[in-house]
Each structure stands twice: as C-alpha cells, then as structure tokens.
Write a protein of this length. Structure first.
Length: 107
C-alpha cells in the first residue's frame, strides 16, 4: 500500500498512448496491428470468395493479439487488444467455415 503513503495529486491527464505516462512502442504497435488485422478479417469474412484473406488475417490477428496480451502493460492496451482479438477470431472462424486457410489447394 505504498500509494496510501504518498500525497494524492491531481489526476493525470488522459493520454491516448499510455495510461502510466511511459512510452510503450512495442505494445502500441502490436495493438494497432491486431486492430487492423481484426478489422480486415471481420469485414472480409462476410464475403465467401474472400475466405483465404479472412482466415489468414484472422489467424495472424489472433497470434499478434495473444502476444500483445502477454506483454501488455496498461488497461487501455488490453482493452483494444481484446476488441481486435474478437474481430480476428470471428473473421478467422468464418473464413475457416467458408473454405479454410488453403481453399482446396491441398486436396
């Protein structure tokens, strides 16, 4: 309870980049990549002929989001990663249902 011993100052200004005031370039990059891959996977999953794009971007979004969750520092990063992971997961599973990762190339 070290925070109880320190005098309380004014609340910190709201930051779009980190909530603890420190830079997190790797975590912010993984967050942005996961959100972009999740959005692409989610949108392309609704078109049957784009199943290769939706399944691969969904898989990559899941992997980058999982690693981002593993090394995330702030709540803002975790919140955005969960949004991206959800969209990537939906895109991945719908892409798999429409034809999969290889789309009949392997038999």
């Amino acid at each position: 309870m070290a925070q109880a011993m320190r005098p309380q100052s004014s609340p910190p200004p709201i930051s779009l980049f980190s909530t603890d005031g420190k830079p997190h370039p790797l975590q912010d990059t993984l967050m942005a990549v996961t959100l972009i891959l999740g959005a692409v996977a989610f949108v392309t999953a609704f078109f049957h002929h784009l199943h290769l794009l939706s399944s691969w971007t969904g898989l990559l979004g899941i992997l980058t989001g999982a690693y981002g969750q593993f090394i995330s520092v702030t709540t803002r990063e975790r919140f955005a990663l969960i949004i991206g992971l959800g969209a990537a997961g939906i895109g991945f599973f719908l892409g798999m249902a429409h034809g999969g990762l290889f789309g009949g190339w392997l038999g």
